[in-house]
Design a protein around this ligand. Structure first.
Ligand code: 5GP
Length: 211
């Protein structure tokens, strides 16, 4: 059985990165799809771990090679989900987390209706602004752009199956893990195992007198 595609979106500063790290540490059988991006590497980031950092030329070559499950322009840079990496995880039966923006989420849900979609909301605009400012990863201009874009992004919550409000980190992590684990228990996800059990219920071998 293939693993689930778990889409996780939020506005920049919504805290999805932190929650995803916790999930990867504490949840069995789950992987993360490292995306390609044309964005400049931030201090503390690592090529291959946080993103695969590429030039515009390399990114457009990857588009031509049909390497993206989806890609989008977000806050002035390009980001794309690698087909190879996602298939590697799901083919091995592992769930895979796609940390993507709302446009990417829309495209994945259209192409893979069985994907699980989760939107992480900050408890308020003020908290989002403070988190993003405290993170201090962006230039003043880019920070303003990300905050401005957040107004449109939060309105997209309606397109997601699940909403996790990221007020308290531990609670939000537990909520996220609950969704991921419950999705694995859906009937349609367990058809193989169920069939094996049902096959053992063979009435022709049933003996009413005893074993
Ligand atoms: P950041 O620059 O803060 O790492 O990411 C900016 C935005 O791009 C975030 O909303 C993040 O989820 C999104 N993003 C990261 N990777 C991808 C991807 O592969 N596809 C899409 N559509 N968005 C992505």
């Amino acid at each position: 059985m293939k693993g689930n595609l778990i889409i996780i979106s939020s506005p920049s500063g919504g805290g999805k990165g932190t929650l995803i790290k916790e999930i990867l540490k504490t949840t069995p059988n789950i992987g993360y799809s490292v995306s390609y991006t044309t964005r400049a590497m931030r201090e503390g980031e690592e090529n291959g771990r946080d993103y695969l950092f590429v030039s515009y030329q390399e990114f457009s070559d990857l588009i031509k090679q049909d390497e993206f499950l989806e890609y989008a322009e977000v806050h002035g840079n390009f980001y794309g989900t690698s087909k190879t990496r996602v298939n590697h995880e799901t083919d091995a039966g592992r769930d895979v987390i796609l940390e993507i923006d709302v446009q990417g989420a829309e495209n994945i849900v259209r192409d893979f209706p069985e994907a699980v979609s989760i939107f992480i909301l900050p408890p308020s605009f003020e908290v989002l602004r403070d988190r993003l400012t405290d993170r201090a990863t962006e230039t003043t201009e880019n920070l303003a752009l990300r905050l401005k874009n957040s107004f449109g992004e939060v309105q997209k919550f309606k397109e997601f199956q699940y909403i996790v409000i990221n007020d308290e980190k531990q609670q939000a992590t537990n909520d996220l893990r609950t969704i991921i684990l419950a999705e694995r228990l859906k009937r349609v996800r367990q058809t193989g195992a169920i069939q094996d059990i049902l096959d053992s219920f063979d009435i022709s071998k049933f003996n009413t007198v005893g074993d």
